[in-house]
Design a binder for this molecule. Structure first.
Ligand code: 5RP
Length: 228
């Protein structure tokens, strides 16, 4: 059934923009390489674009079980990160991005493996639709992956720093951990906050990508793709 509501058409428009930047990312892929692949609906479109070009890549290192399933269905071999010396390129989406290419990631709960694969790659190309481009990060609640037994301890430490953590109930990450979504932050110094929150005992990963930002942002717009 076609969704003809205003919300429905906005949603369709967002997905069109996601598809646009995902397809634009294919041109950065080195033929025959092992590619790092992120997680989310935008990456889903990117995997579709890869599936339409059989044999373009030799294999992929995946950032989540969800992406591994999509990659396998597309006939793409998956390698463990331990099996490869390094990656030429990592492609992933984000929940928010600035023009300095600092990101909030983890809306899909895959932030830890995403950060690991991003850090193994020489180049990180981030694909987003233009609704995610912001002046200051923080309107999107910042995901923080925590060891389950430390959830309350970490929550109190984050509250003491002015954030309002909300436990993403029912979500267990691929690593067996919990997620806190931190509201109420206006992130003017993403590198400092990434470091500060990362130092709280019990925190596994902070969903800020500022120490290792994206190298390139491909932003899907109503008319094409902007490169930042
Ligand atoms: C998953 C992520 C995703 O990249 C982020 O949530 C964007 O997802 P989508 O492409 O579905 O909007 O960080 O952990």
């Amino acid at each position: 059934m076609t969704d003809t509501t205003a919300a429905g058409s906005k949603d369709t428009e967002a997905h069109l923009k996601k598809r646009r930047c995902a397809e634009a990312a294919v041109r950065y892929v080195e033929p025959g390489s092992v590619l790092g692949v992120g997680t989310g609906s935008t990456v889903g479109y990117f995997i579709e674009a890869l599936a339409a070009r059989p044999g373009l890549i030799r294999a992929a290192v995946s950032s989540s079980e969800a992406s591994s399933r999509l990659l396998s269905a597309a006939g793409i071999q998956i390698l463990d990160l331990n099996e490869v010396a390094g990656l030429h390129l990592y492609i992933d989406g984000a929940d928010e991005a600035t023009r300095a290419r600092h990101l909030i990631k983890g809306g899909g709960g895959a932030l830890t493996r995403e950060k690991i694969v991003a850090s193994a790659a020489q180049r990180f190309v981030c694909i987003i639709d233009d609704s995610k481009l912001v002046e200051t990060l923080g309107a999107f609640p910042l995901p923080v992956e925590v060891i389950p037994m430390a959830r309350s301890l970490v929550s109190r430490a984050i509250e003491a720093r002015g954030g309002q953590p909300v436990w993403r109930r029912g979500t267990v990450t691929d690593n067996g951990n919990h997620i806190l979504d931190v509201h109420g932050l206006s992130i003017t110094d993403p590198r400092a906050l990434e470091r500060e929150l990362g130092e709280i005992t019990g925190v596994v990963t902070v969903g800020l990508f500022a120490a290792r930002p994206a190298d390139l942002l491909l932003v899907g717009t109503a008319t094409g793709t902007e490169t930042i």
